[in-house]
Every structure is written in C-alpha cells, then in structure tokens.
Design a protein around this ligand. Sequence first.
Ligand code: C2E
Ligand code: MG
Ligand code: MG
Ligand code: MG
Length: 290
Amino acid sequence: KVKESGKHGVAFFKPEYMRELEYRVHLEQELNQAIINGEFEIYYQPIIDISTETELGFEALIRWNHPVRGLVPPDDFIPVTEQTGLIVPIGQWIIKQACSDLALLQIHNPEYFIAINIAPQQLADNAFVHNVRSILASYSLSPAQIHFEITETTLMNADSDNLRVLRELNNLGIKLWIDDFGTGYSSFSYLHKFKFYGIKLDRSFIEGVVDSERSQKIVKGICAMGEALNLELLGEGIEHPGQAEFLLKQGCFKVQGYWYAKPMSLSTLHMWLANRNENPATKMIDQPSA
Ligand code: C2E
Ligand code: MG
Ligand code: MG
Ligand code: MG
C-alpha cells in the first residue's frame, strides 16, 4: 500500500492490483459505508481578527477517520464525493453537525459564526435552501452566524438556477464568501453580477508577501479592490507574523493560519477557547492541533 498522488482523490492508497475504475467503485463503496458508520468528523480552524487579536468564528473542515488509513484529508476524498454526488448527503450532514457544534461553541461567545464550504452539487440540489432553513430553525441559529464559502471554480460553472439559489441564501441572511480568491477565472465577472459578503485570499498569494514584491503588489491590488467594493477581506494560510503585519497594513484584518491555530477537533477547540479566555497572555501562541 503506497500513498500515491491524492490530487484527484482517485490514486490515494490504491492497492497495486486495482484498476482505476475498480478503485473508484471501491472508494465509492467505502464512502457510502463511512456515512453509515459515522466515520466523518469536522475539524474547526479559528478565524482571527488581527486588529483585536480575537477569534471571530471557525471554518468547518471535514476529515475522514478511516478504519485502516487513519485521518484522511478532504483533498483525498472530496473530489470523488463530488463526482459521485455523495457530497449532497455528506454536505447536508456537515451543515447539520457544524450548526449543532456552533450552538455549543456559542457558550464561549454568542457572536461566534461558522464558515462552511459548499460544493457545486449542493447548490444544484432542489431541496438545499429548504434543508438549510430547517437546520437553522432546529438549532435556533441566526442565518447571520452562518457563512458559506463558494470557490471561484464553482462560480465559473454556475448556471442561472445555481445563481438563484445563491440569491435565496443571501436573502435569508447567510453570508457568502468567494473561497480561494485569485486561483479561478471568474472573480471579476461574478463580482459585478452578485453581492458577496467577502473574499478569501488564497494561501498561494499570502505565501510570498514577505519576500516577493510581485505577491505584495497582487495582494495590495486585491485588498484595494475589495475595499472599494465594500467586501470583507480574509487572508488564508498565515504561517509567519510578517504575513499578518503586511495584511494589516492593507486593511485585511481577518486571517486564518497555522501561526494562530491549526484546524482541530471540537473537543480540542473547546480546550483552546477555554485556555485563551483564562490566559490572555498565551493568546497568539500556536496550540498543537488534535
Ligand atoms: P479551503 O476551504 O480553502 O480550506 C483551507 C485549507 O487550508 C484547509 O485545508 C486548511 O487546513 C488549510 N490551511 C489553513 N491554514 C493553513 C496554513 O497556515 N498553512 C497551510 N499549509 N495550510 C493551511 P484542508 O482542511 O485540508 O481542506 C482542503 C480543502 O478541502 C478546503 O480548502 C476545501 O476546498 C475542501 N473542504 C474541506 N472541508 C470541506 C467540506 O466540508 N465540504 C467541501 N465541499 N469541501 C471541503
Ligand atoms: Mg474554505
Ligand atoms: Mg480557501
Ligand atoms: Mg482550497
């Protein structure tokens, strides 16, 4: 068993004797079983406001606790769930679980929000808006505390029905973000077609802002445009304090990154939060993830 490239979620851990198609069917069966066995778990990464050094909310990031392979990252199985349509029931479970967890996390602070990644197949599901509404109602959550993240690639391929769904979510009061901003093709066309709440600057741009003048100029440009369009800005993948300093100068206060906190299990997050609130001096020190 060798871990091959997991880029498209099909080559991961493929036993040598299995052909591509066989493996895909095998993985699909395993994913079906994973739903039944409850092998999925949501990790949460804090979203930090660097101007006030406080955590504002959390991004929900799915993990698969595979009985043999251990913790499988989303890039190794989300693509297959999208190709097979399994992302629709799994995505529904994610929203439900994240909302139920948020209700508990709000014990620490009732202002916390949750950010959930939404796949294109979910937007195409006729029951989607209805299901979201009833989940919010069952946990007595305000739609304002729910953020959905849609990638540029999803937006690029969105048809008029998908856009109508986005508009319905917007009208409901859910905040919509463009995820991985700058890596797709649709950023500018969709920015004038649709009122997003904010943009998440992709980690690939943040990586270079300390050393590369080009990265600095690109990030400056995106931040200036975001500000002009009244969009919230969030920098992804902060690993060094210098990156945060640079973003702060550009008016980008919201960040996520290993420097502040890695994604962690719900129980670890509860401890992380309790520790921060008891012990403000440790605030910006990275905590080990679960
Ligand atoms: P994303 O939505 O852009 O999530 C950010 C990814 O960057 C996460 O990877 C996170 O762990 C990682 N990250 C955060 N800070 C840092 C940092 O400082 N350095 C580095 N190197 N990485 C950092 P993760 O959890 O492996 O998720 C990968 C992608 O899988 C996500 O990208 C998202 O597109 C997808 N995904 C994750 N959970 C879900 C889900 O529940 N539903 C759907 N549809 N997609 C999901
Ligand atoms: Mg995301
Ligand atoms: Mg992203
Ligand atoms: Mg991504």
